[in-house]
Every structure is written in C-alpha cells, then in structure tokens.
Ligand binder design. Structure first.
Ligand SMILES: *Cc1c(COP(=O)(O)O)cnc(C)c1O
Length: 416
C-alpha cells in the first residue's frame, strides 16, 4: 500500500483500495450504526475470525478504516486507529495500556490537556507521573522507576516555543529500560518527522490540525505495531471514543493534499521567521528552522522541514501586542493551528488565560508572545501584513534606558 513511496504519493494513494464500492474513485461515506448478517452461519464465521467484516458502529466503520489505512501509510506504521479528537486518542491510549500502580514519565511541555490527564486525572486511577524538563535526557532517564514505569510520553516540536525532543536518544533510553515511547507528532506531521522510524513505539496526531488541514473537523490518530494498535482499537470499542464517518471522509480528503500544504507551510514559515527576526520591534523569534533556536541542530538531524508554526515576542506591553494582533488582516484570531488559513493568537490571553501575569512568567509565557500558524496564503502577503501591523504600533517609550536591558526585561521569558 505504497508505504515505501515518498510522502506526496503516500498522501494521495497510500492505504487506498484501488477499486472501491460501485467503482467510485473516492471512498464512500458509510453511514451505518450497525451491519447486517446473512444468517447464523455468517455470525459464527465473524465471531470465530474466519471472515473479516464490520459488526457494529462502535467497533468500526469502512470510511474510518480507509482513513486509518492512509494515516498508517503516512506514518510508515503497520496500522493506525482513529478517534473523535486528539484528546480522545491520548486518553484511549493511556487507559488502554496503563494499569493501576504503573508510572509515566512525561516531558513538561507536552500539550496542556495531555499534561492534565497524565499528571492529575490518572492519579485518581492509581497511575502516577513524573514531569521532566524538555531537553534534559539525564532527568528523563533518572525519572524511570524500575518495574513501575510503563510509558514515556513526549511531544515535538512543542507549543509555544517549538522545543524539539531528541527522539532517537529518548527511543534508546526507552529500549534500554524496557518502556514504551509515545510521541505526539502533531506539529511536524509525517511530512516533516516520522517518529516510528526514529525509535518511537506509538505516534499520535491531533488530526484536527495538519492532517485534516482545513479547520473543519476534530480527529485524533495513533499509529504503531499491529499488536499495540489492535489492543488500543479494542479499548476504543469499550470507551466509545470513535470518529464519525463524515469527519473520516473530510480527513481522507484533507490528507490527500498534506504534502503540498505542509511543504508550502514550511517554506512560508521559514520566510516569515527570518523576516520577523530582522524586525526591530520583534525581540525574539522561536522557529526550529532558525540557527538561533536552541534546538536547531536536533531539529535538523530528525526533521526534513520545520513546520508551519512560528512564535515570537513583540516588544511592548500585553495591550500593545493585542493591538498588533488586532491590526493583522490576513491571519484570523483563533486557537488551533495547521489549517489552510493562517491563525494568530496571544498565548497569554488564549491558552494560558486563567493564569496571573506572575504565574505566566513563572512558566515562561511572555506577555508579548504571539503564536502564528502559517496557512497556505502567499508569503509576501503574510509578511506585508505582519509588517503593517508592527508599524501600526506606537513607538516605544524608552525613558533613557539602554535598549537591550529594557528589552530583556520586557521579554520576561526564560531561555526555553
Ligand atoms: C490540539 C492538540 C492536541 C489535542 O487535539 P484535539 O484534536 O484538539 O483533541 C494534542 N496535542 C497537540 C500537540 C495539539 O496541538
């Protein structure tokens, strides 16, 4: 099923049945809560495993299955399983493979809701976790409790500073210590990074983002060995965290253009990052494709492109930066990322809204931080728009301070 082809070919044809029902070129949307059996003999054949067929909507759907085959082809996996959202994939995976008394080690900059699930909700079921700082492989290995740690969870690149985890190094630790490695690879997509080839056991995507790519569906995926994926799929049937066939169809359609979109987003994001880095009103740009990013070398070693998300700190107060964001005309103001439309947001106001200024500073969320998810618009238009919005800001009051120290103070951000 084209698992050895390059990514653009896999995106179009990977996992596809060449002949589909009614000779349709596209995969039909099968809207069925349940599936009929011819007679008692067919029921017996099904339950005794002599035939492979659908049974009931919570256990599987042909349109969803087609999308799963394409995700598996993109990830270079034996199999993949889809869920109703990225968080449904995270929660089903963890509940399927962890038992009371077991322990999880997770890098501390994972997606906020994953952190909430692993670091607090799972404790109610007797599963505890240790969070380790990103980039600290010694701390990661030291956190493994022999006999109890079952799973390492990491993500790369992360939000909002685009920290890049050294997946091959973490994979070697996991192998040596006999624990499984789950990598949330939502940001890079299989076009830029394939964690299974780098040593992960399971790779997760919020397919809501780049795989779907059009900001019109929620879905999540897990890819890995046939045995692991099958165990997780069985547990999906218990939890009911399924994807509906209409969203599966939109996802299939979206994935066909994944390589086209992501290659364009890689190129535009790099141009935008370079432009912002040269702009006097921008204090700092975080993009793994820039030599100034602390993880640039790790990113170069394991990624074939650096993705479509650029974070940057604008020199000014929270209110100044809101004025800048409001003055942009191309990106839309919204959470999420990965779609064809550029989206812009201020993490201090969106993802971290419930924290005080001091709490945000403590976890390194600068007041002036902006996250831009680059869409597929022309780079020239995005750059011109960011430029006019930056120019629209009032000149900074310097009060005679030295620019660099004042800027550092306003940056209010730890080196990530
Ligand atoms: C959005 C996101 C998720 C959660 O996915 P949903 O589809 O919103 O449930 C998980 N991980 C990362 C990195 C994300 O960006």
């Amino acid at each position: 099923m084209l698992t050895d082809a390059r990514l653009a070919s896999r995106a179009v044809h990977g996992g596809d049945r060449r002949r589909k029902p009614e000779s349709s070129l596209t995969e039909p949307i099968v809207c069925a809560a349940t599936y009929t059996f011819e007679n008692a003999a067919e029921i017996a054949d099904h339950f005794e495993g002599r035939i492979s067929r659908e049974e009931y909507g919570r256990y599987g759907n042909p349109t969803v299955r087609a999308a799963e085959r394409k995700v598996a082809a993109l990830d270079g996996a034996e199999d993949a399983v889809l869920f109703g959202s990225g968080m449904a994939a995270v929660s089903t995976c963890l509940l399927a493979i962890l038992r009371s008394g077991q322990h999880v080690v997770m890098t501390s900059d994972c997606y906020r809701r994953t952190r909430q699930l692993v670091a607090s909700a799972l404790a109610r079921f007797g599963i505890d976790a240790t969070l380790v700082p990103p980039g600290d492989l010694d701390a990661l290995e030291a956190a493994i409790v022999p006999g109890r740690t079952r799973l390492l969870v990491t993500e790369s690149p992360t939000n909002p500073y685009l920290r890049v985890a050294d997946i091959p190094a973490i994979g070697r630790i996991a192998k040596r210590r006999g624990v499984k490695l789950l990598v949330d690879s939502t940001f890079p997509t299989p076009v830029n990074q394939r964690p299974l080839e780098l040593g992960a056991d399971l790779v997760l995507h919020s397919a809501t983002k780049y795989l779907g790519g059009h900001n019109d569906l929620l879905a999540g995926s897990l890819s890995g060995s046939a045995a692991l994926v099958s165990a997780i799929r069985d547990f999906r049937g218990v939890l009911g965290t399924i994807l509906d066939p209409h969203s599966a169809y939109l996802l299939l359609r979206g994935m066909k253009t994944l390589a086209l979109r992501v290659e364009k987003q890689n190129a535009t994001a790099l141009e935008v990052a370079r432009y912002l880095e040269s702009h006097p009103r921008v204090l700092r740009v975080f993009y793994p494709g820039l030599a100034s990013h602390p993880d640039h070398e790790v990113a170069r070693a394991q990624m074939s492109g650096f993705g479509g998300v650029v974070s940057f700190v604008v020199d000014g107060s929270l209110e100044d930066v809101s004025r800048f964001v409001d003055a942009t005309e191309v990106p839309l103001l919204a959470p999420s990322l990965g779609g064809v439309e550029s989206l812009i947001e201020q993490p201090a106001l969106m993802s971290f809204y419930e924290l005080t200024k001091e709490e945000r500073a403590a976890i390194g969320i600068a007041e002036g931080l902006v996250r831009l998810s680059v869409g597929i618009e022309d780079a020239e238009d995005l750059i011109a728009d960011l430029g006019q919005a930056l120019e629209s800001l009032s000149p900074l009051e310097r009060h005679g301070e030295d620019r660099d120290s004042g800027a550092r103070a306003r940056l209010g951000v730890h080196e990530p």
